[in-house]
Write a protein that binds this ligand. Structure first.
Ligand code: PHE
Length: 340
């Protein structure tokens, strides 16, 4: 008897929900009866396949039952929500809070920001360039002769490439030519960025480093301008008066070239263990821009003068924060980062 069958479905539904006490289970029961593949749904879907006489009889019964099930479900749901013990659910504001971990800036990031702040205040523009660089920008345009040992001065990661010879840039100097191709002097820029050296690591050597290049070009720029700006920068960066010293050196892209030292940030030049009793700390390379580099960038020879330097950011961070091993920076060790 189909009427009996529908009645039974209804009864078993009401019995099931009367025993339930949580809303999720209640919903599952509803789905079991009137969900897409529910027991009652199947009967409703089958109505079109039965004789019209039977349909007249069963159709209204099944449709009514479906409505009753919906109503009963809503009613039971309301009952259940009224049973929640709101006293227990109250928020206890006297409980200690959960500790939220907040991140830190990596010391390299802090130093980047400090450098950018000081140079922006001196009217420098901050410029960036690609880390994957062509042989042209990294070497040739910077006056490195072909097949000259100077190319090995910087241990290079060569990158296989179908077209041009590519490298992971060994310094930020390639951005000099990239920038000058687009801009006419006078200008002053710094170029902070990541560079790579193919070398074994130890406390003083890393394969992945950061540098910042400075490039100042105009009609009458000289070594005196360079010394002045460098002194201003280092004094601001270390928050004390810093002296600087230049020693002769060689780079293909500068003439003359210098090694650049600052007075020891610990003893101020009086000699101490921190500077190995030298009174001075080596910072990096610098020099007056070689005219061949201007020519690479499309400038006329001997029209402009400029100075450039490339200093290591890790080295500055190590001095500022007294870090004794360069490998900490790339270690990913949170205990290290959390100290700054
Ligand atoms: N690019 C050089 C290096 O990384 C440093 C440098 C930059 C020297 C600019 C002179 C002028 O070793």
């Amino acid at each position: 008897m189909p009427e009996k069958e529908i009645k039974d479905i209804g009864n078993s539904f009401f019995e099931e929900i009367s025993k339930l006490s949580d809303e999720r289970a209640l919903y599952a029961v509803k789905v079991k009866y009137v969900g897409r593949n529910g027991i009652l749904t199947k009967i409703l879907k089958n109505l079109k396949n039965i004789s019209s006489e039977q349909r007249k009889l069963i159709g209204p019964l099944a449709n009514n039952l479906r409505q009753e099930i919906e109503n009963a479900f809503e009613k039971r749901k309301k009952e259940l929500s009224e049973q929640i013990d709101w006293e227990k659910e109250k928020l206890d504001v006297t409980l200690p809070g959960k500790k939220v971990e907040i991140g830190r800036l990596h010391p390299i990031t802090s130093v980047y920001r400090e450098i950018e702040k000081i140079f922006s205040s001196m009217g420098f523009e901050i410029v960036e360039g690609p880390e994957l660089e062509t042989d042209w920008y990294n070497f040739t345009s910077l006056n490195f002769p072909f097949d000259h040992p100077a190319r090995d001065m910087q241990d290079t990661f060569w990158v296989k490439s179908p077209k041009e010879k590519m490298v992971l840039r060994t310094h930020t100097s390639p951005v000099q030519v990239r920038y000058m191709e687009k801009r006419k002097p006078p200008f002053r820029i710094i170029v902070p960025g990541r560079v790579y050296r193919n070398e074994a690591t130890d406390a003083a050597h890393e394969h992945t480093l950061h540098q910042f290049e400075a490039l100042v070009v105009g009609n009458d720029i000289n070594v005196g301008n360079f010394k002045h700006i460098a002194k201003q920068f280092f004094s601001a960066f270390f928050g004390k008066n810093i002296d600087i010293r230049l020693r002769p050196s060689f780079f293909p892209f500068t003439e003359p070239s210098f090694e650049f030292d600052i007075s020891c940030t610990v003893c101020g030049g009086k000699k101490c263990p921190s500077c190995k009793n030298a009174g001075w700390l080596e910072i990096g390379g610098a020099g007056m821009v070689n005219q061949n580099v201007f020519v690479s960038a499309g400038y006329p020879r001997n029209k402009y003068q400029g100075f450039a330097w490339g200093f290591g950011i890790e080295r500055l961070a190590m001095m500022k924060y007294k870090i004794d091993d360069i490998r900490w920076f790339e270690s990913g060790d949170l205990r290290f980062i959390k100290q700054f």
